[in-house]
Design a protein around this ligand. Structure first.
Ligand code: CTP
Ligand code: CA
Length: 226
């Protein structure tokens, strides 16, 4: 065996994970971005690979290197991520959307660097496609996992997203908590299921969260975890 594996209960399964924060260019030198580090998605890709799944990471820019044994496709924008994910979706057994996808992009991408002229500016934004919602409507046998990072009304917003996006499990976290969310190596999450079940986890490393998630994915697939 070339790569470190903890089990092989997902052997033969194909998994796709998105990670990182998309960047939406304003001009050749500037973009609109967000605070995602990519760590949660990379940990999920690692945990899926360790469980034996053939894993591909569709990643917006991060400082991280791809986990061992995981293939990586690099993207910058939400539209690029949309195309890379949609073109692979049919083949997949598992899709985890951990990326922080920009909801909007600048309406105009200037070809040359925008020059200052001393006056104020308004940036016009247009909506990006909701990749996860599209997958939710297209899905057949795929297990689909979404994330929701919130700063208020966590459970209400998360439950609404789970239904609207037709996911099999939603990982919800309150990013205002210490040791949770953006940039942190730990996270404090709850898993929400369409049947109303909820599992609350204490603070743990993102890799531990990822391993719990992979166990739930195996359970949804009806695979026995040894
Ligand atoms: N997501 C996506 N495509 C988008 C926006 C979000 O695939 N254009 C996915 C994220 O990867 C995540 C989930 O949807 O798995 C929830 O993202 P979030 O930003 O919390 O939800 P939104 O539907 O964008 O709602 P809002 O930002 O208004 O809270
Ligand atoms: Ca959003």
């Amino acid at each position: 065996l070339r790569f470190f594996q903890i089990g092989n209960y997902l052997k033969g399964k194909k998994a796709l994970v998105t990670a990182g924060g998309t960047q939406e260019p304003l001009d050749p030198v500037r973009y609109l971005g967000n605070r995602s580090s990519g760590r949660m998605g990379y940990a999920v890709a690692q945990a899926l690979q360790e469980a034996g799944a053939e894993t591909i990471l569709v990643s917006a820019p991060t400082d991280l290197s791809a986990p061992r044994g995981v293939a990586r496709v690099s993207v910058q924008t939400a539209l690029e991520m949309h195309d890379e994910v949609l073109s692979r979706f049919e083949d997949m057994d598992i899709v985890v959307k951990a990326a922080a996808v920009a909801d909007y992009r600048p309406a105009i991408q200037a070809e040359q660097k925008i020059k200052k002229d001393g006056s104020g500016r308004i940036i016009e934004l247009v909506p990006n496609p909701d990749i996860l919602a599209e997958l939710g409507h297209k899905k057949k046998s795929q297990v689909l996992i979404g994330f929701a990072a919130e700063t208020e009304n966590l459970l209400i917003y998360a439950q609404e997203k789970m239904k609207r996006k037709n996911v099999d499990l939603l990982v919800a976290n309150d990013v205002t908590k210490q040791g949770a969310g953006f940039g942190s190596s730990t996270n404090i999450v709850s898993f929400l299921f369409p049947d109303g079940r909820k599992i609350d986890f204490p603070k743990m490393s993102k890799l531990e969260v990822a391993r719990h998630l992979v166990k739930e994915i195996a359970d949804i697939l009806g695979v026995k975890v040894k």
